[in-house]
Design a protein. Structure first.
Length: 273
């Protein structure tokens, strides 16, 4: 699933392409004769009426959600889930297009989604979709005090805590593993065992891992593509994620893989206490 750096990279691409553009047409391809449930919360006719003819006045992100702010006052909200992508004409064609938006300059934006978990919403308030999301980890609102509060007294693993979107928005499996490594913390450690120094280290490592992802245009281990259909390069710079059995870059100890909260988790047994 695309995480904060991947979704933010897409947001920046959408902003460059769509600001001031008007949606002139919407096509929802049939799925072997059956409707594709890509539109959430309303029927296709109401959705079409709400988006066609509307001008894009802003593009924002909240956690892993994207929002196109329309001049009607509504928002077109998009979640890519596991395999979704927003692609433009220079991207290769694929057979998994679930919706296609045409704009007044002839640009086409294709919402492609192999596994059909993604969705489109038309809402008046972003909170209608993004309920119970924690603070953005790269914002001023994500403080050390807030992180300390999130782990205090918790008998859940550190990794599970920072993956909880209600506590911190946008972190997924890749950057949780990388943040734990950067902080020198075993991802299986219980939140309640972290001291002040470790909370400080984890706070900085969360920000650093996400910034690295942004700098490298996201990680393309499998499905992620930016709006041009290109892959990111963060997968070439990870320290532990999917490096099972390979030597740690710091101490040469083989990276191990375990399950934490049902998620594959990668760590260095020597560097991470």
């Amino acid at each position: 699933m695309p995480e904060l750096p991947e979704v933010e990279t897409i947001r920046q691409g959408l902003e460059r392409r769509l600001m001031g553009r008007t949606i002139t047409a919407l096509r929802i391809p049939p799925d072997y004769g059956r409707p594709v449930p890509v539109i959430k919360g309303m029927d296709e006719a109401a959705f079409r009426e709400g988006v066609v003819g509307a001008r894009v006045e802003g593009v924002t992100r909240r956690g892993k959600y994207l929002a196109l702010h329309l001049d009607s006052g509504s928002m077109l909200v998009i979640h890519l889930r596991m395999t979704g992508a927003l692609l433009f004409p220079e991207a290769p064609e694929d057979r998994f297009v679930r919706a296609m938006f045409t704009f007044d300059d002839g640009t086409e934006m294709r919402f492609s989604d192999l596994r059909k978990f993604g969705g489109l919403w038309l809402v008046d308030e972003l909170s209608q979709v993004t309920t119970d999301l924690g603070p953005e980890p790269l914002s001023e609102g994500f403080t050390e005090a807030l992180l300390a509060e999130a782990v205090a007294g918790r008998k859940a693993p550190v990794k599970s805590i920072i993956l909880d979107q209600r506590r911190i928005a946008g972190i997924g499996n890749i950057y949780a593993d990388e943040a734990c490594f950067g902080a020198g913390i075993d991802p299986r450690r219980l939140g309640m065992t972290l001291g002040e120094v470790e909370v400080h280290a984890l706070h900085g490592a969360i920000r650093a891992s996400l910034m690295a992802g942004l700098d490298h245009g996201g990680a393309s281990f499998r499905d992620y593509r930016n709006t041009g259909g290109n892959v990111g390069s963060m997968q070439m710079h990870v320290k532990v994620f999917r490096r099972t059995g390979k030597p740690c870059y710091v101490c040469k100890t083989p990276i191990e893989r375990v399950k934490v909260g049902g998620r594959s988790t990668h760590f260095c047994p020597k560097c991470q206490r």
